[in-house]
Design a protein around this ligand. Structure first.
Ligand SMILES: CC(C)(COP(=O)(O)OP(=O)(O)OC[C@H]1O[C@@H](n2cnc3c(N)ncnc32)[C@H](O)[C@@H]1OP(=O)(O)O)[C@@H](O)C(=O)NCCC(=O)NCCS
Length: 212
């Protein structure tokens, strides 16, 4: 039997992480049409609403049911606006390890949302899903992403030389591929001990597995 992640909702002090819904199409498309997303991720550019709909209705459910991962919408608890996404991918159920990626909408950056969402996801993975390792890969020059990894307590493990294709804007405005290194980070349950206490002080997290 294939192991799969449940359809869950995770609440933090300011955020609700939940499955992507078709209503998220416009906000997801808008969030992904961004210079930083174009530079550091493989999200196709321009990212259309059709692309967003296919992601939400086809790609994300297929990833979950195949056991490869989980895509979560990150929303503001107060406004219910979509502020970002968390993606678990390349999940290895035998090792109980998964890779984690994140994007936060340009308007919501610098508020600590990425770190808060990653931390809550990590706590859920370690406590509820009995995972033992989360891996992050950040492009060597992606300072904001590295800062997020550091803030949640990830340990930098090394460099995958030449393993990353990032994108730079050419003079004519088109994007071209550029090769760079990946920094590999990992988070283990024991790395969260300090961070977990901090999060607990701000209310901790709650997960609901009966979503839908
Ligand atoms: C990386 C990303 C998710 C961060 O989201 P965020 O919600 O702003 O993250 P946080 O607020 O939790 O933390 C960002 C940290 O990076 C810092 N930072 C942001 N831009 C920076 C820059 N250019 N140079 C140095 N530090 C920077 C912020 O000051 C903050 O650190 P601080 O809390 O110590 O002040 C967001 O920038 C993004 O979506 N980027 C495009 C997609 C991407 O790169 N995804 C990661 C792929 S691995």
């Amino acid at each position: 039997m294939t192991s799969t992640f449940p359809d869950i909702s995770i609440s933090t002090e300011r955020l609700v992480l939940r499955p992507l819904e078709e209503d998220d199409v416009p906000a997801l498309a808008e969030m992904m049409n961004d210079e930083q997303v174009a530079a550091w991720t493989d999200v196709p550019q321009p990212f259309t609403e059709d692309g967003a709909r296919a992601w939400i209705t086809e790609h994300a459910p297929a990833e979950r049911t195949a056991g490869r991962g989980l895509h979560l919408a990150v929303t503001e608890f107060l406004t219910q606006r979509l502020v970002g996404i968390i993606q678990l991918t390349r999940t290895n159920w035998h090792v109980r390890s998964t890779e984690l990626l994140y994007v936060v909408a340009p308007w919501a950056r610098g508020e600590g949302y990425a770190a808060e969402a990653v931390l809550a996801t990590a706590q859920w993975l370690f406590r509820d899903q009995e995972f033992e390792r989360i891996e992050l890969r950040t492009a060597a020059d992606n300072t904001a992403s590295q800062r997020v990894a550091q803030k949640v307590g990830c340990i930098s493990e090394g460099v995958l030389r030449n393993a990353c294709i990032a994108h730079v804007r050419a003079e004519d405005g088109t994007w071209t591929d550029t090769r760079t290194d990946y920094i590999v980070w990992s988070l283990l349950p024991e790395d969260l001990e300090g961070a977990g206490e901090q999060l607990a002080e701000t209310g901790g997290f709650t997960s609901f597995s009966d979503w839908n």
